[in-house]
Design a protein around this ligand. Structure first.
Ligand code: IPD
Ligand code: CA
Length: 267
């Protein structure tokens, strides 16, 4: 965890001067391993994380949304470091104050073996952390998810961004009709952490578009509270950690709200 804190601090230091130049034309750096255009700031954040780990002589396999899979040190199979260096790049580039960095460490490239995780809210400098079996924390204080069960009172994030909307939207109609407070803030890792700490009550992304690199860290932070991350049918979630592995999921603050949501989701 100390190393992950160093990594996120280096990301903060690295991107700080770059935030002043966002209005300047950005170079075309091609398409990242996750399929989206690479931005200079994404690459700089990824480099900051890899640099810290290399300086500390860590052997690891980097699994990143930007550069894909890269091996470092003499025994790269020892640690898998899965990162979305910037989650919410569009928010960052537009000046919408909601974006994060996400780093997860696992023994295998699988979600269930993530044992140490950090998501940093880069705007508010809020640090979400979790170590397997030791609970989840925000700025060092233990967090718990909400016990809200009623959909009328719940605040629920729903991602309907840019993908198969004609297929996905009808599956959500019953749920949307039952919920009074719907949000989408544009950085899914952070929105999942908001369910873990009780700020929101659920987050739903059934598009099957999000990469597992984006949510590996938030997965452990969530599951170290009473919140759950499951398939849209409410079944346990397991997935390969890879920049091309996509996932559909729901994150729910407690069992009862999960059941209420699953009952209303079509398909
Ligand atoms: C994006 C954010 C956004 C979601 C997009 C993701 P990125 O992550 O999480 O909320 O709707 O699908 O791609 O691209 O900024 O890392
Ligand atoms: Ca990203």
């Amino acid at each position: 965890m100390d190393l992950l804190i160093k990594c996120k601090t280096r990301v903060q230091q690295t991107i700080k001067p770059m935030l002043k130049n966002l209005a300047e034309p950005q170079p075309n750096l091609g398409i990242g391993a996750g399929g989206d255009p690479i931005k200079r700031i994404d690459l700089a954040a990824e480099g900051a994380i890899a640099d810290v780990l290399e300086e500390q002589d860590v052997s690891f396999t980097l699994v990143s949304e930007e550069s894909g899979i890269k091996r470092y040190g003499s025994n790269p199979g020892e640690n898998f470091v899965t990162t979305d260096p910037i989650d919410g790049t569009t928010n960052l580039l537009r000046g919408i104050p909601f974006y994060a960095t996400s780093i997860a460490v696992s023994t295998e490239p699988t979600m269930s073996t993530v044992h140490t995780a950090l998501v940093e809210d880069l705007v508010h400098c809020t640090t979400y952390t979790a170590e397997k079996g030791k609970g989840a924390h925000r700025n060092g204080c233990r967090i718990t998810s909400s016990n809200t069960e009623s959909l009328k009172q719940a605040v629920i994030g729903i991602d309907l961004n840019t993908y198969k909307v004609k297929e996905i939207a009808p599956r959500l109609t019953n749920l949307i009709q039952s919920v009074r407070h719907i949000r989408h803030l544009g950085a899914n890792a952070l929105e999942i952490c908001h369910v873990a700490d009780g700020t929101a009550d659920a987050f739903i992304d059934i598009r099957g578009k999000l990469r597992t690199t984006d949510i590996a860290a938030a997965y452990l932070i969530t599951t170290e509270t009473d919140a759950e991350m499951t398939t849209p049918q409410g079944k346990p979630l397991e997935a390969e950690l890879s920049p091309t592995q996509k996932i559909a999921f729901i994150v729910t603050a407690n069992r009862k709200i999960r059941e209420n949501i699953v009952d209303l989701l079509e398909g």
